[in-house]
Design a protein around this ligand. Structure first.
Ligand SMILES: Nc1ncnc2c1ncn2[C@@H]1O[C@H](COP(=O)(O)OP(=O)(O)OP(=O)(O)O)[C@@H](O)[C@H]1O
Ligand SMILES: [Mg+2]
Length: 442
């Protein structure tokens, strides 16, 4: 009995000492900030005396504080240390196995912490406790992502504010005078870390969804601006409202308005091009077109997809859906890119055989997590990626999902009517120049 009590007391002492040393180690920066000037003062006071040492050390400290670079670095350092300590408290309080916080980076949303979980635990386990962790930190939310390369590593984003609020983003088109290339990745918006989100469309298709007024047509105009400024791209426009894509009509091969016969004829024309392209590829022994092949990309932009897919005439709408599905399914290697926007691509509106073929999905604000999942794909809402949490006033904010990734929250760049008008005119000039160059014998 006495033996066990002695062991317990020894354990308590050992635990106390370990905690104390751990606490000292965790506060090492703050302790160093106090200790280093004191030690320096003590060392300098020997040759210079107390007052002289006070002046030297005081001047040095003042120099550090006055220098903006050093002050910022010190402030960042202190803040990172505080976050690391809060992180430790949080996982202890939540009852998780040890999750160490390593590098801490200030980002527009709050702090991005690189984390490493201990043996026997996993990053998804940490992610499952995101709500409790957020409550411990007093933040809006905590988003945990696993490192794709290493299961023990991940990041935790402590979201303190919506970094996309108040961001006004015009995008890089405003100054674009030279031809662009749709073969290149082009910017579509700004993410929560302040980085530019880009999309590369060759061999892919893009589906945009969201409630009325969420910003689908505005986001589509970013793709159209890039495609129109590339004089080699053949543009095909389907506009259920007639007015949304009208500005780009001079740059397009054809525009079909809210008329299903016209829309079917347009898709049929692109399909004929696609078949011709495949025959060409067969003749040249190539399996898909590449940038160097010099063959144009075909971009089909369809705004208000639901208008065509819910038309009264069943035969016509089935024909439309079949043609579009075929272009999305077989167009990849032939350089056909489909960009389609609709309010809610539920299975009763957009056949899932068509919907599931889109590589890129942009979910703008939705009213329910289920609606968000119909755009991004089943299951994302339950993992915390839902466009239903976007406020109705946050137009142009959405979640972008690329085939192999995790949805990225972004604010799309915005081109107002005037900017679109100017760009469309510039694009037309670029296309006319390119046509003249092509006709002029070298
Ligand atoms: N990225 C953005 N930044 C700022 N405002 C935006 C952005 N995108 C859209 N808006 C605003 O939202 C309005 C509606 O956008 P848009 O017409 O693209 O919505 P929509 O989703 O296509 O709606 P509908 O389903 O009715 O066609 C725009 O007129 C603009 O004022
Ligand atoms: Mg629209």
């Amino acid at each position: 009995m006495t033996m066990r009590r002695r062991e317990t007391v020894a354990d308590l002492w050992a635990g106390f000492v370990v905690e104390l040393l751990g606490g000292v180690w965790r506060c090492r920066l703050e302790l160093a900030l106090v200790g280093v000037p004191l030690v320096a003062w003590w060392l300098v006071s020997r040759p210079l005396g107390n007052v002289g040492a006070g002046v030297v050390v005081g001047a040095t400290v003042a120099a550090v504080i006055v220098s903006p670079g050093a002050r910022r670095a010190l402030w960042r350092w202190l803040k990172a240390n505080r976050v690391r300590r809060a992180w430790r408290r949080a996982w202890l309080d939540v009852g998780l196995p040890r999750v160490s916080a390593r590098r801490v980076r200030q980002v527009p949303a709050g702090e991005l912490v690189r984390i490493r979980c201990s043996r026997g635990s996993s990053i998804p386990t940490v992610a499952a406790h995101a709500e409790q962790l957020a409550a411990c930190f007093g933040t809006r939310e905590v988003r945990v992502h696993r490192d794709p390369e290493h299961a023990a590593w991940g990041t935790a984003l402590l979201v303190r504010r919506d970094p996309l609020d108040g961001v006004t983003a015009d995008g890089p088109w405003a100054d674009a005078t030279c031809p662009l290339s749709l073969w290149d990745a082009f910017p579509v918006g700004v993410d929560e870390l302040g980085g530019t989100v880009t999309v590369s469309l060759p061999e892919r298709n893009l589906l945009l969804g969201g409630e009325p007024g969420a910003g689908k047509s505005a986001a589509m105009s970013l793709v159209l601006a890039t495609a129109a400024m590339d004089p080699t791209v053949k543009l095909w426009l389907l506009d259920g409202k007639l007015v949304e894509l009208a500005a780009w009509q001079p740059c397009a091969e054809r525009l079909a308005g809210p008329n299903l016969d016209d829309a079917i004829a347009l898709l049929q024309a692109v399909r004929d091009e696609m078949e011709r392209r495949y025959r060409e590829l067969l003749a040249t022994g190539v399996r898909k077109i590449t940038r160097d092949a010099g063959l144009p990309l075909h971009a089909i932009a369809c705004d208000e997809l639901a208008f065509y897919l819910t038309a009264e005439d069943r035969k016509q709408r089935t024909r439309f859906a079949e043609l579009l599905r075929d272009l999305v399914a077989r167009g990849r290697a032939a350089g056909v890119i489909v960009i389609a926007a609709t309010q809610k691509p539920a299975a009763d509106v957009v056949p899932s055989a068509l919907r599931d073929l889109f590589g890129f999905r942009l979910a703008l604000r939705c009213t329910t997590p289920q609606a968000s999942d119909t755009i991004l794909g089943q299951g994302w809402a339950s993992l915390g990626h839902t466009a239903a949490t976007i406020a109705p006033t946050q137009r142009g904010i959405g979640l972008l999902l690329a085939e192999d990734g995790v949805p990225v929250r972004l604010r799309c760049f915005y081109l107002d009517d005037q900017a679109i008008d100017q760009l469309a005119r510039r694009a037309l000039l670029i296309r006319m120049d390119a046509a003249l160059d092509a006709e002029t014998p070298s």
